[in-house]
Design a protein around this ligand. Structure first.
Ligand SMILES: NC(=O)c1ccc[n+]([C@@H]2O[C@H](COP(=O)([O-])OP(=O)(O)OC[C@H]3O[C@@H](n4cnc5c(N)ncnc54)[C@H](OP(=O)(O)O)[C@@H]3O)[C@@H](O)[C@H]2O)c1
Length: 251
């Protein structure tokens, strides 16, 4: 089997995994943060978890990208920069700013690490080896609109995570009702932003790998947003009634 065929099969497998993830998370909330509960084995501190599970998206991605025949071409390099803009923050900045007292099950960290290796291979290999991105792609409407969506999603994600972070003083671990920005419309604008980002990525790269990642992100964060939303409604009787879970006015 050629590597291109293997890459195609692994992309199809990620799509299948997205469907499976969506179904499972409809029944079981991933056990971290407010949904952490006993019975998931040993745990590690949340900072360790974030750095370990996200680091393949920085390190492995660059290494795999560097092996591709188009790794020195300008357009793949621009796309690499977009990817790293998100993942350098997620791996090296976010874990050290967030104020969570919840540890992570090692099992969940291992699953997330495996996913990141898989997804990094698919996307990095596509950008610098299997995809075709001439310099003219930078003027293609799909790249321009996709990059704009990516930027808007990143801004919403960072802004919303910032609002959550400021709800707690140092050493505090309780939950409050967040207000401002995207929280005026939905319970999880950080997830809405993340989904927008990767939908933008799928458009900007116009790739099966990008599409598989965007759909996986929806499958992963969609059910979690609904779980968070239900949790807020349960815990706070005066929770803003018009607020939706993930998509303003709809869901
Ligand atoms: N691409 C993907 O598939 C994917 C998957 C997962 C996460 N992510 C991204 O990773 C980031 C973190 O995800 P997450 O699932 O941990 O998000 P989250 O549940 O919204 O929590 C984010 C942080 O804010 C704290 N927090 C949340 N709600 C709060 C409230 N009402 N009052 C006070 N503190 C609150 C949490 O503390 P606790 O930990 O104590 O709850 C945590 O430290 C997000 O930007 C998300 O988009 C991406």
């Amino acid at each position: 089997m050629s590597e291109a065929t293997l890459h195609g099969w692994l992309t199809a497998a990620l799509l299948a995994m997205a469907v499976l993830t969506f179904v499972v998370l409809g029944w079981v909330s991933a056990p971290y943060g407010r949904h952490l509960r006993a019975g998931w084995g040993p745990v590690v501190p949340h900072r360790v978890a974030w750095v370990v599970m996200e680091s393949p998206a920085v390190v492995a991605f660059v290494g795999i990208f560097g092996l591709g025949q188009h790794s020195a071409d300008s357009t793949p390099l621009v796309l690499l920069a977009l990817w790293q803009l998100h993942y350098l923050h997620r791996t090296l900045v976010y874990p050290f700013r967030t104020k969570s007292s919840h540890p992570w099950p090692v099992l969940l960290v291992t699953m997330a690490l495996t996913f990141q290796l898989w997804n990094s291979y698919l996307n990095a290999r596509w950008l610098s080896e299997f995809g075709e991105y001439p310099a003219s792609w930078l003027l293609d409407p799909r790249f321009i609109v996709g990059t704009a969506l990516f930027g808007a999603g990143l801004a919403l994600n960072l802004h919303s995570d910032g609002i959550l972070r400021r709800l707690r003083g140092s050493g505090e671990s309780g939950y409050l009702v967040p207000h401002g920005g995207g929280f005026e419309l939905v319970s999880c604008p950080n997830y809405s932003g993340e989904i927008l980002e990767w939908c933008g990525w799928a458009l900007a790269t116009w790739s099966p790998a990008g599409l598989a990642f965007a759909l996986y992100t929806i499958a992963n964060l969609g059910p979690r947003a609904v779980s968070h939303h239900r949790w807020y409604r349960r815990e706070f009787p005066d929770y803003p009634p018009h607020r939706r879970a993930l998509i303003p006015f709809l869901l």
